[in-house]
Design a protein around this ligand. Structure first.
Ligand code: SAH
Length: 258
């Protein structure tokens, strides 16, 4: 899938295309990443891409025209027919939070996107109103730019694409996945069996597949009930919690949310 990114810092993306398992997504062409330097579309004598905010206040605002010119160039290059255009996305604290559901829907639709990374105080609202289809947030905190959000999102999409993770099934066992009923993953252990006096849970050493699956489900329920009771509630609503599991959950106290 082709993904275009408008950014003032294209170099930030390079290492993430070369390292770790997601490198395969780029090497194989499963993700074709095109980076567009916004400065190449700067206008006027001073070739600026930002200016002072109307109404005063700190910082600078990214101007609408260079962004529009970059977007026009990308759309021409993608040459997609009307009605099949990839969504134009801005990363923003005002956007909807990125979730597993959103990422996996995107990975399976294989449609591509045009991503815009903000900097400074953000982007002239008129550009957003005119050209942007969706706004995505990495969480309730403020970054200095959209690049880290874009890289995080790309990593999450890439690992879901076929052939990227070594074991084809391994993301099925990850947190938030429907095959875990949207719960959090269980704890993991590796050798040695005893480390600093602490032994790996007996069930995991038993070689008994049913006992291992039961242990993992139990732990997954406990971990999720403690730290993300909202995910338990969602699993309950979709009918994924058995009466016996309800009995277990009644004994687990959730951690106060910070
Ligand atoms: N004044 C803005 C923050 C601007 S931060 C506000 O208070 O909402 C500069 C840029 O970083 C933003 O335009 C956006 O592209 C990016 N950014 C900051 N926090 C983000 C977050 N939580 N998720 C996604 N992008 C974010």
């Amino acid at each position: 899938m082709r993904i275009d990114v408008i950014t003032l810092f294209p170099d930030l993306f390079e290492p993430f295309q070369r390292q770790g398992v997601v490198r395969r997504a780029y090497d194989s062409g499963a993700i074709e990443l095109r980076l567009w330097q916004l400065r190449d579309f700067a206008t006027g004598n001073y070739r600026r891409i930002d200016d002072r905010p109307f109404g005063g206040g700190p910082g600078m605002v990214m101007a609408a025209q260079p962004l529009t010119d970059a977007l026009t160039a990308i759309k021409a290059d993608r040459a997609e027919p009307e009605g099949q255009r990839a969504p134009v996305v801005v990363f923003s604290p005002q956007g909807e939070s990125i979730t597993h559901r959103q990422v996996s829907g995107f990975a399976s639709a294989n449609q591509g996107a045009i991503l815009i990374c903000g900097r400074y105080e953000g982007i002239d609202q008129r550009f957003i109103d005119r050209h942007v289809d969706q706004q995505w947030s990495l969480g309730d905190f403020v970054l200095s730019g959209g690049e880290i959000a874009a890289i995080a999102w790309l990593d999450a999409v890439a690992r879901l694409l076929p052939g990227v993770l070594g074991d084809a099934d391994s993301h099925g066992q990850d947190s938030f996945n429907p095959s875990l009923d949207g719960l959090l993953d269980c704890p993991h252990y590796t050798r040695p069996e005893v480390w600093e006096g602490v032994r790996v849970p007996e069930a995991l050493l038993s070689g008994n597949h049913a006992a291992i699956a039961a242990y993992r489900r139990h732990e997954s329920l406990v971990v999720t009930a403690r730290s993300r009771p909202d995910l338990i509630e969602a699993a309950r609503r979709s009918g994924s919690i058995s009466p016996a599991e309800e009995g277990l959950l009644a004994t687990v106290k959730s951690r106060p949310q910070t």
